[in-house]
Design a protein around this ligand. Sequence first.
Ligand SMILES: Nc1ncnc2c1ncn2[C@@H]1O[C@H](COP(=O)(O)OP(=O)(O)O)[C@@H](O)[C@H]1O
Ligand SMILES: [Mg+2]
Length: 241
Amino acid sequence: MTDALPLISLRSVGRTYRAGGIAVAAVRNVSFDIERGEILAVMGPSGSGKSTLMNMIGLLDLPSEGVIYLEGTNVADLSEDRRSTLRARSIGFVFQSYNLLARHNAIENVALPLVYCGVGHKERLARAEESLAAVGMVHRAHHFPRQLSGGEQQRIAIARALIASPLIVLADEPTGALDSRTGAEILALFAALNQRGQTIVMITHDPRIATQCRRTIRLHDGEIVSDETVAALLPRRSIGS
Ligand SMILES: Nc1ncnc2c1ncn2[C@@H]1O[C@H](COP(=O)(O)OP(=O)(O)O)[C@@H](O)[C@H]1O
Ligand SMILES: [Mg+2]
């Protein structure tokens, strides 16, 4: 394997949207590496390019300038099919709005990504139960999304993101719809998953999230304005209400 290489490298990455004849440079000249086992926060005000950046790191979108390497492979060199397969196997997504399927219960929602990885029904359910255990939600396996609180739904979404043992979990404003106490619990869950080795990128405009991550990248108008790693984290008690 290619363990000496960063998990992900971005080199002079840009993404320009064209809408109605107007070009919007949503991300500009962004370069950084994500190492295995890192947990990092990407911060910036609304419209600063956070989601655009996440979509490119998550292989949902390609840069219009520059290069993204995943374990040394230029992702633009892959066919669309290969990129989709790689995304299903390697990237776990968590969104502000949970994005659970309303007509499926928790364990079915969690198991779903494995369908795209060609895993059989029985193994899917066994692995979904393990994933639910990792987020403390086994006792809600047969509940439907409408029967769950926001924090519980987000835990289910995190279990779904973990199910294929992804190289990286990308979370876009994962606490944005939660009250501050529940948000702090979700952050503590991400920190615990990272302690067990999971690489995580969290996107937020909430400054409290950064106190849970050793490394914070700040964006402004699509550009990186700082990329800082602190030696020690603030005590957990300092976040939340
Ligand atoms: N599909 C799109 N088409 C055109 N402009 C877009 C599109 N998506 C985002 N933008 C623009 O790109 C900029 C960055 O957006 P986004 O990445 O969503 O920022 P953030 O997630 O930090 O709020 C904004 O100015 C936004 O309006
Ligand atoms: Mg966004």
